[in-house]
Design a protein around this ligand. Structure first.
Ligand code: FES
Ligand SMILES: [Fe+2]
Length: 418
């Protein structure tokens, strides 16, 4: 689909006013807005998370991923470098790597057997000289320039990012010092992959990214969090934002919850319906892993990457758009190389809180679809995003705020130019 001019896209979006405290429901359903996002946002000046470098340890190891909805391949070459290639054959556009992962000496397009090296260069064209002197490619066909497009790539610790943009600042500046520090705190060690989940959700990808940034909902929607005192707004914590609010961290410290029972009691809060107990309290057994006392930290890196620490449950998440009204959430569940066996077991047991059927995160997996269903015919109507005010500024001390969602829309509006 053609990229729209700024003016007609603006008209199409119909953003109400200058702020970011009202979002028209149309942005979750409109195919043209979705198509514009692919170019202006995912192929624009952002760094997209791809996966972990340790997922492709040896030369020829590859995994297939997406940037927005563009298929890409992350592959380790013989020099030890990681290349992120658009997964599209230079001949007639076939998907080159069709498996989710593998190991290969070169990348082979099955359609007509064109071959690419691990940096994406075209190295062989089947029957290039024809057969028995007839057919074949013209003599002046130049293999250079017909490779799989290679993207600008950067890593931070074990995390691999890529961008279509020549203009975006280096990854380290894009993240900024505060965001880098939290990533470093959570996964800046020798990590190992304990497992993965993937879940398909019947909602626009931005509804999930709003949910991730929504520190207001965490102890209201999630009965498990409030009932078992995992995350309450009465704990010390806050919301940190990068410049303009594009990235965020929401964090809390469980040991500081002194007023929780009084504040949450007697308010008709569904999450506080009483009578729940854990038959097996070891489900939330944990150890104090971080000297700072942070027991929960959810971080999002614009546009669609998430770093999670819930107690000792560490995970990376990527919300991949799958058309205007669907998305796929990928989870990397992590441990540390240095974990004791007991610590490893605690992380695995705690991972019952997350993922598609997670005791906390299953509600996040459905609520987006409910919003999608309830709003799809009302594109002119808008959300209300005024908890904590209408501005985009860090909120130290309070998480009863939607400020980090407003930060997301600040980034979105600026890249979409609407
Ligand atoms: S499309 Fe890939 S070889 Fe023809
Ligand atoms: Fe949630």
């Amino acid at each position: 689909m053609a990229v729209q001019s700024a003016q007609s896209l603006s008209q199409r979006v119909g953003w109400p006013g200058q702020g970011v405290h009202r979002v028209p429901y149309r942005v979750y359903t409109d195919p043209e807005i979705y198509a514009a996002e692919q170019h202006r946002l995912f192929r624009g000046p952002v760094w997209n998370f791809l996966g972990m470098a340790s997922e492709v340890p040896a030369a020829g190891d590859y995994v297939t991923r997406h940037i927005g909805d563009t298929p890409v391949v992350m592959v380790r070459d013989q020099d030890g470098g990681i290349n992120v290639l658009v997964n599209r054959c230079g001949h007639r556009g076939n998907l080159v790597c069709t498996r989710t992962s593998g190991r290969a000496e070169h990348l082979t397009c099955v359609y007509h057997n064109w071959l690419y090296d691990l940096k994406g260069n075209l190295t062989s064209v089947a029957f290039r000289r024809g057969v028995a002197g007839k057919g074949g490619m013209p003599d002046d066909f130049d293999m250079a320039g017909h490779g799989m497009p290679r993207l600008r790539t950067a890593t931070f610790h074990d995390l691999v990012f890529a961008t279509f943009s020549d203009e975006v600042a280096p990854l380290s500046d894009y993240l900024g010092a505060e965001m880098r520090a939290n990533i470093e705190r959570v996964v800046g060690r020798r990590m190992c992959l304990l497992g993965t989940h993937a879940q398909y959700m019947p909602n626009n990808w931005k509804l999930y990214m709003e949910n991730v940034r929504d520190s207001y909902h965490a102890s209201l929607l999630h009965m498990f969090q409030a009932a078992f005192r995992i995350n309450r707004l009465t704990m010390d914590g806050g919301v940190r934002l990068s410049d303009g609010g594009w990235h965020h961290i929401s964090y809390s410290k469980e040991a500081t919850d002194r007023q929780g029972d009084e504040t949450y009691g007697g308010k008709k809060l569904r999450a506080m319906d009483q009578g729940f107990e854990l038959a097996d309290p070891s489900l939330i057994a944990r150890w104090q892993e971080y000297p700072c006392g942070t027991t929960l930290a959810i971080q999002s890196i614009f546009p669609n990457f998430i770093v999670q620490q819930i107690y000792n449950s560490i995970a990376l998440r990527l919300c991949v758009p799958k058309g205007p009204e669907n998305c796929e959430l990928m989870w990397w569940v992590l441990g540390c190389e240095d974990d004791t066996e007991a610590q490893r077991q605690i992380r695995i047991v705690q991972s019952n809180m997350i993922g598609p059927a997670g005791l906390i995160s299953m509600e996040d997996g459905v609520v987006g679809g409910w919003v999608q269903r309830a709003t799809r015919n009302d594109g002119d109507e808008t959300t209300v995003l005024e908890m904590g005010g209408r501005d985009v500024a860090p909120s130290e001390g309070s998480r009863a705020t939607e400020v980090s969602i407003r930060g997301f829309w600040n980034g979105w509006r600026s890249l979409m130019a609407v």
